[in-house]
Design a protein. Sequence first.
Length: 123
Amino acid sequence: MRTNDARKQKIAQQLLKKGLAGACCVSVQVLAEVSATLLHKVTPAATHEAVEVILDLLGPILTITPDGGTVRRAVETCSRYGVHFYDGMMLATAERAGCTKIWSEDLKAGQVYSGIKVENPFT
């Protein structure tokens, strides 16, 4: 394992501990993206059973489920900020949950979207 990978892994573990302690929430979209990545985008791919175990372990983290209003807000967010739809969904779901920050490597760190500040935990 490369040093940077080990550093990121440690940070990710700390973030998971925060979630399990109730200090943050996760969207259904994030759980779906993690599952898809483990099943189809990494080599070797995780087994279905392993992904089920991971999802069970993440079960205690408050999970936010988007609804039709969240999808509409995502479209508005895309239009207002020029982000991709799925990034807009993440932001709209965070807004719905009352979050003031979101952790992301994809969105610009420091940027504020509808009162939600982006932080890249790995920088």
